[in-house]
Design a protein around this ligand. Structure first.
Ligand code: HEM
Length: 436
């Protein structure tokens, strides 16, 4: 029973694999964006403690994280994991490559356009990224429509896809506001954009994939389907309420109702995740899951911060603190924890060149840079929170530097993994090496 989920997930998986170079190019770009994000944050540290939108390096850093790390990883992971999870063949090798070539340079143009305050570059980058996301959305829709099994993942996938539509419209409108072509007014666009991009698109993908990945790594039974679907429905309801509030329909009351619905949805989800990690056959899940567990605490905290913003808390830094808890705290911490686990896992499914056997995930993982990254990441988040509370740009700059050191360590882990993929495993590494 306990290993059934992992077994179902992995059965025949190798026949549904993309060439390693496809997911790895998305993960590589995410790792690089992570480094640039902290540098951009350093450049924008003067305005960070009271950041509330507007072009500049802080907005660039935000989008290097959201588009560069979060969505980039989500695209790479879902292109690979969804066909495996929903038992379908990989239909196209070409479209994922086309997506990458539109998306990665597009994100770079958006970041530079925001950082250097060049509206035409931002608009050009937004056009490329939106085109890439339309193609990605079409691939995701085709995959979900043909899915066999995994109704929980499929329900979350459709919710993420619906949110993607809202993200595309609002992203276009916000970016083209700066060249004088807005679709909707900026305040409405921003409120819709934050809710649907962060909680809708990224949040639904993160919650949905957790139902596969957490039991798979913990070797636990699949979570109860009905409860997971109730959690998904409540999260979708929260998004609809937040959307209606953003459009001006009883904004205060609906925003509070949205947060409450989201808190119940998240409560149900986290309860199932905790049960999976506590009852699985693998109890010691390592440092990667310590990051995931910390992100699980920060998710409800981000909702409480959203509630404080909705109720007009008398603290000027509240919207910034909300953004930090949501993007850096929950989503980035979660993604980096999962990324350090799935990259070696997917890499181990591909044979190295020549006749040597595939390597184990643990023999591909160098634990030392990940240990450095773990502490730097947490210290950077704590320093950024302190910078907002104390309204102090120097603390923000220190936080960005510590985060940058962590990102370099994370890149080191990734480069070492790529090098190890090409070499046969040393004899001692294949025997029960601990998992990072
Ligand atoms: C097509 C891709 C995207 C484009 C072109 C884009 C563009 C923009 C622009 C121009 C703004 C600034 C609005 C202003 O202050 O005038 C903005 C704000 C924001 N974006 Fe995006 N965005 C995109 C995707 C995303 C995604 C995927 C996320 C999250 C996962 C995200 C999160 C945010 C947040 C949190 C803000 C609010 C910043 C603040 O005012 O506090 N964006 N976006």
């Amino acid at each position: 029973m306990a290993t059934r989920l992992a077994g179902t997930f992995l059965a025949g998986a190798t026949s549904r694999l993309l060439p390693a170079s496809i997911p790895l190019r998305f993960f590589g770009a995410a790792v690089a964006s992570h480094v640039f994000a902290w540098l951009a944050l350093l450049a924008g540290s003067g305005t960070l403690p009271r950041f509330a939108g507007g072009l500049g390096w802080t907005l660039a850093a935000l989008h290097l994280v959201t588009l560069g790390v979060l969505v980039m990883t989500a695209i790479g992971a879902s292109l690979q994991l969804l066909p495996v999870a929903t038992r379908q063949p990989v239909r196209s090798m070409r479209w994922p490559v086309v997506i990458w070539w539109l998306y990665a340079p597009g994100v770079a143009a958006i970041a530079l356009g925001m950082g250097l305050a060049l509206p035409w570059l931002l608009a050009a980058g937004a056009t490329a990224v939106i085109a890439a996301l339309v193609v990605y959305g079409a691939l995701l829709a085709r995959n979900l429509a043909g899915a066999r099994g995994m109704p929980i993942v499929v329900a979350h996938g459709w919710s993420a896809l619906a949110s993607l539509l809202a993200v595309l419209v609002t992203a276009f409108s916000l970016a083209f506001t700066y060249v004088g072509l807005p679709l909707i007014d900026r305040a409405t666009g921003l409120a819709l954009h934050v809710a649907f991009a962060a909680y809708g698109l990224m949040g639904m993908l993160a919650l949905g994939f957790s139902y596969i990945l957490v039991p798979m790594f913990a070797l636990s039974a699949a979570p109860p389907e009905r409860r997971a679907l109730v959690s998904c429905a409540l999260a979708a309801l929260a998004l609809v309420l937040a959307g209606a509030a953003a459009l001006g329909l009883a904004p205060q009351a609906l925003r509070v109702a949205a947060v409450l619905a989201a808190l119940v949805a998240v409560g149900l989800h986290l309860r199932m995740m905790v049960v999976a990690t506590k009852t699985g056959m693998r109890r010691e899940l390592g440092r990667s899951f310590r990051l995931v567990r910390i992100s699980w605490v920060l998710l409800p905290l981000s909702l409480l911060a959203a509630l404080a913003v909705a109720l007009g808390a008398p603290f000027g830094g509240m919207p910034t603190l909300f953004g930090l808890t949501l993007i850096g705290g929950w989503l980035l911490t979660f993604l980096l924890g999962i990324l350090q686990r799935i990259v070696p896992f997917l890499a181990s499914m591909h044979k190295p060149p020549g006749k040597s056997a595939p390597r184990t995930p643990s023999s591909l993982t160098d634990d030392r840079p990940l240990a450095v990254h773990f502490w730097c990441h947490l210290a950077a988040l704590a320093l950024l929170a302190l910078a907002i509370l104390a309204d102090n740009a120097w603390i923000a700059a220190t936080g960005a530097l510590v985060g940058f050191a962590g990102a370099i360590a994370f890149s080191t882990f990734f480069v070492i993994l790529l090098l190890r993929m090409r070499r046969p495993p040393p004899a001692r590494a294949t025997r029960n090496a601990p998992v990072a």
